[in-house]
Design a protein around this ligand. Sequence first.
Ligand code: EPU
Length: 376
Amino acid sequence: MSRTEERTQGRTPKAERRRPRTLVPVQERHDAPLAPLTTFRLGGPATRLVTAVTDAEVIDTVREADRAGTPLLIVGGGSNLLISDKGFEGTALRIATTGFDLQGTRLELAAGENWSDAVARTVEAGLAGIECMAGIPGSAGATPIQNVGAYGQEVSSTITEVVAYDRRTEEVVTVPNAECAFSYRHSRFKQHPERYVVLRVRFELEDAEGLSAPIKYAETARTLGVEPGDRVPVAEARRTVLALRAGKGMVLDADDHDTWSAGSFFTNPILDAAAHEAFLARVAERLGADVTPPAYPAGDGHVKTSAAWLIDRAGFTKGYGDGAARISTKHTLALTNRGAATTEDVLALAREVRDGVRDAFGVTLVNEPVTVGVSL
Ligand code: EPU
């Protein structure tokens, strides 16, 4: 008699019935420090920390916490998190799922895959589409949430669909690109932060016979010695971006405190026509009529300007600060932990920068990293 038959006849041995659904129990710790899980290396302990290595473990943990009404914190690569010094009262769930599946130009990544390693592998396979996002810290599952982008590429251009657990309906849903509501550093998933847990991300890459996608970012084109719109060998595009990022302290290096950060701490402000005009008037008044701040078209008559530029011109130059939290010595947009900083130190610096920029130029910067138990 097969086991199924045994079960249908209600004769499953007791030991068998009691066997847990997953053979390897999820890793679980209590009063676990969260700081080592973040690139800022900041944040107090979580009441409970669960590390999930399969989608089923992720779903079970989320469902259990939701049904019990326990607060839940999802931790991916920890590169975009600023967690309270008091820590997190609830369950912190570290997504450590694995899966890199490349079939032709189709790529599926498990949420827990390291993003930068995945980029390297697609470049090794000679495929184009995500090569300029090399060196971005964090996990693959985080990329659709804030539509991660750098050097002229955004994941929204290559993502075909996102598989996620919907905490409201308790179902796994497949969200096609058109329904992800992607925009600059934003998406449907960020819009409803309590609703979706990303499980898998699917991409359609391009086989351009070993060449990159057209180079869009002026700085990258300049460094490569090509015109914007040109293609270069895909590995060369990746190498160039990695070098540019490293020069700005945007490639993780445990020995370099300029990289103990969450990358860009503020998003680039998007101004409507009236706000842009008012901003230009403030710049002229403060810095002189001949000074032109960076301006990139952002659709609907809106203009995107540079947070790094604003911070710099408001007087917060590279290396600013005399405490344990300072502005990176390589890029004004990164706030950094010099080793002994607390989350409160970073917040105090962030508020000083935000208020200083607002007083100088009338523009209020908004933080890019997700804050947990604290706010700016
Ligand atoms: N600038 C300064 N001082 C600095 C650095 C930059 O004045 O110390 C000015 C310059 O005028 C420069 C301009 O800021 O031309 C833009 O700088 P950069 O090219 O480095 O880009 P960014 O706008 O500061 C954005 C993303 C980065 C991404 C780069 C490259 C945001 C918030 N940041 O930075 O993403 O790597 O473009 O594409 O959109 C991140 O999101 O964490 C991140 C690092």
